[in-house]
Design a protein around this ligand. Structure first.
Ligand code: MN
Length: 139
């Protein structure tokens, strides 16, 4: 077994090339083969978000704190709240991030493809797309 200590892994600033605003990443696990699991705790400051991107095996987001946004391309923007789990299908363009006036923290879980492929990144999310009001929350 292995215990990876928090002190050995300082928070990393997410790269400006793929994110808008201040985003910090805390690695949870990068699986060793045969595992293809990856998990990262991601902290977004208000208004911060990913660029458009897709994941070869999809992605699961679990909301830890704050209020966030998630949009699958061509669908309405959805609001995310603590305790929510979002399942994002494989090879599907989407973005996620904080609400304009709230911090947002989610645990992002995904698997690399069988060939080892990871996230594919596209253009940044425009202010116009980001600012669309989210759909009403059901339940
Ligand atoms: Mn994603």
């Amino acid at each position: 077994m292995e215990i990876i200590r928090a002190a050995s892994r300082p928070s990393k600033k997410a790269p400006e090339s793929n994110f808008t605003g201040d985003v910090w990443q805390d690695e949870v696990i990068v699986g060793k083969a045969p595992s293809r699991m990856r998990a990262t705790n991601v902290s977004f400051t208000p208004g911060a978000r990913t660029a458009w991107h897709s994941h070869p095996v999809g992605q699961v987001l679990f909301v830890v704190s704050g209020i966030g946004r998630l949009q699958i391309e061509g669908e309405p923007v959805h609001e995310l709240r603590p305790g929510d789990t979002a399942r994002i299908p494989p090879d599907t363009r989407h973005w996620h991030g904080a609400a304009p006036d709230r911090f947002f923290v989610h645990l992002a879980m995904s698997e690399t493809s069988e060939s080892g492929g990871g996230t594919e990144w596209f253009e940044k999310v425009s202010d116009e797309d980001y600012s669309r009001p989210p759909a009403p929350v059901e339940g």
